[in-house]
Ligand binder design. Structure first.
Ligand code: FAD
Ligand code: NAG
Ligand code: NAG
Ligand code: NAG
Ligand code: NAG
Ligand code: NAG
Ligand code: NAG
Ligand code: NAG
Ligand code: NAG
Ligand code: NAG
Ligand code: NAG
Ligand code: NAG
Length: 565
């Protein structure tokens, strides 16, 4: 492709033309004060200057900051999402120069590093209205800025930050509307949904409260404090949940979007109008087709459920192998029963949280018994629990209190493991037990997810054949020398190769994935890629919305700031 561009450019101009590069902060082309004051006059709020939250501990950088507050709340997802300049994983506030120098702002001031801006965008729009978003989009397009759309900052590939970029922050778009008889725009009056419409800054904890208040339940992300965004990156990438095997993924539960596209227009997309956009955004990835302003979801009837928890440390490698091989054989049953959950396992132990919606307690006990017995045999300290709950909300409140899960430098590798891979349980067991920091087996596919037409949404068809979304990865403390970070990153690449050979040519979840995917177009989108690309080109012909490993990103260099062809 690169060669092709070169020839084309020679043919039209006779010389190599300069590549198009974004205008970055402090470049001569960066908008001047009068440009910014023109933008300001169109906004409902003051322009913001995001800073890494840790700067509060450096009075010279951030004299008004409260360092105690940062120290107490650094691992709290809701607190982090409230800070414009905070990413949930601080490595996505950090910049590493090609020569290995790290520019960051470390919470631990004793490390003796100066506090730097890193890759936190230095200026942005605190959007409270659709018009704020339209003004921000028009401004970024006019000046050819590197545009970052940020909601909560949870992205595991750092797509909600970029060095010297311009940010549109959706966090404060918090409106929620419940309508038991929602009619999509363009639909006949008889096409109604019991639906909840969330503006794009709403987070799962707020959506769950609203669903409960209206006597309904909704499929969403499940994390400490419910801080993941309900109407931004989560839904655009697919949106998984322990309830997906029962009700489908996030993308299978959307009725309608509204969004601002690159032209500045505010569009509605559903199966009747702008249906190509509706198809693409359901799995084609966040920050790629435009900026969502709202998402309308189906709601579901509240049913009782049984919570399942088991964990134990293995007494020996043989014990590990015994339990994990039994667990592997059990995975197809879990998704066929439409149960979901999350299991982490390694040679050291296993730990699992599952949920059995609308199941009988006796049936759950009977199903779990063989696995529980194997675990007690393999682990002196095993815990095995089944507990009934009257509905989603009380379960969610008991299991996911607000608390620490984030604030740690993190990178992931992942694959959607298809059902057929479970046929050779011995090989699968061996591979699963080979990861240094273990592997997380997410029971968020199968069941209903497998019964939905793979071509009904832009989502990678690999999701429809998967039984488990598996994640490996690791973390490192701030201040780790760059050589050690590079060594660790090599380990993440190696782990990715192991997953790739387990599932040759397989797919992965766009939102929880590796930064080193050799062929992200295929891995994240499968044979939907070409169609996604043409829809992107239709709504964003100039490439305003580009994210790491996203649709259209192959036309840009590794910084995503200069176009290759
Ligand atoms: C602690 C934790 C728990 C998680 N749990 C789950 C889970 O249970 N299920 C699951 O599926 N995933 C989960 N994830 C992954 C999650 O789906 C992604 O991190 C996702 O990108 C979060 O979207 P966001 O809008 O909250 O975050 P952001 O980081 O703000 O945004 C993510 C991406 O979406 C884009 N974006 C944000 N808002 C908009 C918008 N309005 N319009 C268009 N693009 C937008 C951004 O540009 C960026 O590319 C988890 C992540 C973390 C860190
Ligand atoms: C600011 O830049 C704009 C172009 O973006 C230019 O038209 C204008 O003259 C500049 N204003 C000042 C005060 O430099
Ligand atoms: C700083 O934050 C702490 C913890 O949240 C709080 O108790 C304290 O009152 C804050 N100090 C100021 C000056 O706001
Ligand atoms: C930070 O955490 C402390 C201790 O948990 C809490 O009292 C405080 O309210 C938190 N600050 C914010 C802004 O949430
Ligand atoms: C690395 O490069 C950066 C940016 O050019 C520069 O500021 C820094 O001094 C360099 N560090 C070393 C050790 O050369
Ligand atoms: C901060 O860094 C110093 C110097 O490396 C180290 O001794 C100390 O334990 C660190 N503090 C915390 C809380 O990690
Ligand atoms: C916000 O929600 C309220 C009540 O649910 C609704 O009446 C109103 O129209 C919504 N406003 C916007 C801007 O969506
Ligand atoms: C397993 O060991 C860890 C420490 O290594 C401990 O925290 C945990 O409680 C143990 N038991 C279970 C059931 O996980
Ligand atoms: C108990 O565990 C051992 C391995 O530690 C295994 O060989 C044996 O088959 C297990 N017994 C039962 C009854 O599960
Ligand atoms: C899984 O389901 C199959 C078929 O229904 C059954 O034969 C098998 O015993 C089940 N396995 C476990 C571990 O429950
Ligand atoms: C829940 O299970 C009961 C008993 O099996 C059944 O009658 C009911 O229809 C189920 N409800 C839903 C929403 O699936
Ligand atoms: C399920 O098993 C638990 C013990 O793990 C027991 O306390 C409970 O009574 C059982 N429930 C039923 C309905 O059998």
């Amino acid at each position: 492709m690169k060669t092709f561009w070169w020839i084309a450019s020679l043919a039209t101009t006779g010389v190599l033309s300069k590549p198009r590069c974004r205008c970055l902060y402090d470049d001569p082309c960066w908008p001047n004060d009068s440009d910014f004051s023109q933008l300001q006059s169109k906004l409902s709020q003051q322009l913001i200057s995001p800073v890494p939250p840790e700067s509060a501990c450096y009075p010279a950088s951030n004299p008004s900051g409260n360092c105690t507050d940062v120290e107490l709340n650094t691992s709290n997802g809701r607190w982090r999402s409230d800070q414009a300049g905070s990413m949930q994983s601080p490595n996505f506030e950090t910049f590493i120069f090609p020569n290995g120098t790290i520019e960051a702002c470390f919470l631990n001031t004793s490390l003796g590093f100066p506090c730097g801006q890193g890759i936190v965008p230095p200026i942005g729009v605190d959007a409270r209205t659709v018009e704020d978003i339209q003004a921000g989009v028009a401004f970024a397009a006019k000046h050819d800025l590197r545009l970052v759309v940020k909601n909560t900052g949870h992205d595991f590939l750092g797509r909600s930050s970029a060095r010297d970029a311009f940010m549109i922050w959706t966090h404060h778009l918090k409106n929620i509307t419940y309508n038991p008889n929602f009619v999509p725009e363009g639909a006949s009056e008889s096409e109604t949904y019991n639906a909840l419409t969330l503006q794009s800054g709403v987070q799962w904890f707020e959506a769950y409260d609203a669903a409960q208040a209206n006597g309904r339940t909704i499929v969403g992300g499940l994390t400490a404090g419910g801080s993941v965004g309900a109407a931004g990156g989560w839904i655009s990438g697919g949106g998984h949940s322990a309830f997906a095997p029962r009700h489908g993924l996030g993308v299978d539960n959307v009725v309608q979007f509204t969004m601002v596209v690159a032209s500045g227009e505010h569009l509605t997309a559903n199966t009747h109008i702008n249906s190509d956009l509706f198809w693409a955004v359901r799995g084609g990835g966040g920050g790629t087709f435009g900026i969502l302003t709202s998402v309308t979801y189906r709601t579901h009837e509240i049913t009782p459920l049984i919570s399942i928890i088991f964990s134990g440390n293995f007494s020996s490698p043989a014990a590990a192998k015994d339990v994990v091989s039994k667990f592997v054989k059990f995975c197809p049953n879990i998704s066929d029963l439409e149960w979901g959950g999350y299991t982490t396992l390694s040679n050291a132990g296993i730990s699992s949280l599952m949920v059995a919606p609308n199941a009988s307690w006796a049936d759950v006990n009977a199903t779990m018994d063989p696995l529980f017995n194997a675990l007690h045999n393999a682990s002196a300290d095993a815990i095995t629990l089944t507990t009934p709950f009257d509905g989603f909300f009380s379960w969610y409140q008991a299991i996911f209190p607000s608390g620490g899960q984030v604030g740690v430098n993190t990178e992931l590798s992942s694959r959607l493991i298809p059902r057929e891979t479970f046929a050779d349980s011995e090989h699968l067991t061996e591979v699963l037990l080979s990861f240094q920091d273990g592997i997380m087996m997410n029971h968020v596919v199968g069941g209903k997810v497998s019964r939905i037409d793979p071509d009904s949404a832009g989502l990678n068809p690999a999701w429809r054949k998967a039984l488990i979304h598996a994640i490996t990865g690791g973390t490192w403390p701030e201040g780790t020398p760059v050589e050690e970070i590079r060594t660790l990153q090599q380990r993440f690449r190696d782990e990715l190769s192991v997953l790739e050979s387990l599932v040759p040519g397989g797919g992965a979840y766009f939102n929880e994935a590796s930064l080193y995917e050799p062929n992200p177009q295929h891995t994240f989108f499968g044979d939907h890629y070409e169609r996604l690309k043409s829809i992107k080109d239709k709504y964003d012909p100039s490439g305003l919305f580009i994210v790491v490993e996203g649709v259209g990103s192959e036309r840009w260099d590794s910084s995503l700031n200069c176009m290759l062809y």
